[in-house]
Design a protein around this ligand. Structure first.
Ligand code: PAF
Length: 285
């Protein structure tokens, strides 16, 4: 595996792959890699001739400076995992390499970026669009892989790809959430949970699953209230929001008939660790 730190070197490597007619799978990450990331890498490896992974903690998508400061950074371990996973190139740039000049672009992402994470974390999705669009230009992949844990992020990235003209037919591939044996969605933030909070955190997914059952004979509003109560009765957990939205537009629905693929998206504070999860509902009501 090549470790590349310079954008020019990455562009040259990518150009060689594309000139040879190879498919190029790309997995953007912020490092602190876990099996969730590695499931994206495995999909990219299975489906492409060449695979590149970026490891870059992008400052422009953090609206909370403490969150940026405490974000786990584990470069050496990350590179070992990527090598073992058969990755061809790990791209590990510095902030200066990614942003030689400040990125002042504002993306017109529209309603998909205005709800849930967009509302709670102003500027977050614009920062994601900035870094991912830069990475797409540098890597020039044929396929890019994103985890469904960040459900809304995938919709936002699809919108950004549209706005930017498609990046030469780039395919965005979504990969199902990878969970720990007890159901907790894998996340780089899980390492920050105290043993007590780690023990109760699987209650989030249990509440989502119970919500899907409950929804069989309850309204969207009743189900929303039920899931929030299920989570908030667990000591140490506090729901920030739970919203049932249409899976394509990410817009809230008020009746099951409004969506062919309703998705319940939640963020929960476990102490000061902000966890995110979601579940698909089958509209049967
Ligand atoms: O999902 C993430 O880890 C980040 O938002 C991403 C897509 C790597 C951009 O920094």
């Amino acid at each position: 595996m090549k470790v590349i730190r310079k954008a020019d070197e990455l562009r040259a490597w990518s150009a060689e792959q594309r000139a040879a007619g190879l498919t190029l799978g790309f997995v953007p990450t912020m490092g602190a890699l876990h099996d969730g990331h590695l499931s994206l890498v495995a999909r990219a490896r299975e489906n492409n001739d060449a695979v590149a992974v970026s490891v870059f903690v992008n400052p422009t998508q953090f609206n909370n400076p403490d969150d940026l400061k405490t974000y786990p950074r584990t470069e050496e371990a990350d590179l070992a995992k990527l090598k073992a996973a058969g990755v061809d190139v790990a791209f590990v740039p510095t902030v200066e390499e990614m942003y030689p000049e400040p990125d002042t672009r504002v993306f017109e992402l529209g309603p998909v970026a205005e709800v849930m994470e967009g509302k709670m974390r102003p500027g977050h999705f614009n920062g994601v669009a900035q870094v991912v669009s830069r990475l797409f230009v540098m890597v020039n992949p044929t396929h890019a892989y994103f985890g469904e844990k960040d459900f809304q992020q995938i919709a936002v990235i699809r919108k950004m790809v549209d706005l930017e003209g498609g990046f030469g037919g780039l395919q965005i591939v979504d990969v199902p959430i990878k969970r720990e044996a007890d159901g907790l969605a894998m996340s780089s933030r899980n390492v920050r949970l105290t043993p007590e909070l780690r023990a109760v955190a699987p209650g989030i997914y249990k509440a989502l699953q119970a919500g899907v059952e409950y929804a069989r004979n309850h309204s969207v509003e009743e189900t929303t209230e039920y899931v929030v109560n299920q989570i908030n009765t667990i000591d140490g957990l506090e729901t920030e929001y739970f919203q049932i939205v249409d899976g394509k537009t990410c817009q809230p629905i008020s009746d099951w008939s409004e969506s062919e693929m309703p998705v319940g998206c939640v963020t929960v504070f476990a102490g000061d660790v902000r966890l995110i999860d979601n579940i698909k509902f089958t509209p049967t009501c």
